[in-house]
Design a protein around this ligand. Structure first.
Ligand SMILES: *[C@@H]1O[C@H](CO)[C@@H](O)[C@H](O)[C@H]1NC(C)=O
Length: 198
């Protein structure tokens, strides 16, 4: 049950965002600063909501913008893609915002943030590409073509985990997500990790 709940939570985080998108565009991101035990900590509106040293730095939307997302994942909504309409910039930023106060994309300066985004999204693109070698635009243009594994060759239920993360009757633990996770034990671990923020 844990696993099912956590997956739906994750999907909710990604989907519930179209409403927040309006907020993300218009809302104010002024930096608030204070000192805690001599250390400077900040918040930055919706994108960095918990007091943290990382929130004093540029946030992801400061240096990674919608046009760059569109260029990177240019083919994801073409008719032959497998998750048309599923992935968008605002969902990414809204999900990322939960981790920005912890340092995701906010560690170091702008250049380091850009490098971290390049590494993260490069990984995402390679895991979700349907470009293979010959597609127009090359294989790198086809990231975020999938949001799940389409034809699992096996059932990813490992019975040796039946006490800690038992498989739910009827559930399948094939790869899902932008950095797909597989197997009941990985779903279980991801569920544990997501619980505190859901
Ligand atoms: C914030 O950015 C500066 C560079 O602009 C960097 O030196 C500093 O380490 C960053 N703070 C954190 C907590 O990463």
């Amino acid at each position: 049950m844990v696993t099912i709940r956590s997956v739906s939570v994750f999907i909710l985080v990604l989907l519930a965002v179209s409403s927040l998108a309006l907020v993300a565009n218009g809302e104010d991101k002024t930096i608030k600063v204070k000192k805690v035990k001599g250390k400077k900590v900040c918040t930055q509106g919706w994108e960095c909501v918990w007091w943290s040293e990382y929130c004093c730095n540029q946030t992801i939307s400061d240096y990674f913008q919608v046009y760059q997302f569109e260029q990177l994942f240019a083919k994801r909504n073409t008719p032959i893609a497998h998750a048309v309409g599923f992935w968008d910039y605002q969902s990414f930023i809204t999900a990322a915002a939960l981790f920005e106060p912890l340092g995701f994309g906010t560690t170091g300066g702008k250049l380091m943030g850009q490098k971290e985004m390049a590494a993260f999204l490069g990984h995402v693109a390679s895991k979700t590409s349907c470009g293979y070698g010959v597609a127009t635009g090359g294989p790198l243009a086809w990231g975020l073509c999938y949001n799940r594994e389409m034809s699992p060759m096996q059932s990813y239920c490992d019975e040796t985990w039946k006490y800690k993360y038992p498989c739910s009757p009827g559930a399948e633990y094939y790869g899902r997500g932008a950095l797909p996770i597989y197997w009941n034990f990985n779903y279980g671990a991801a569920g544990e990790a997501l619980k505190p923020i859901s």
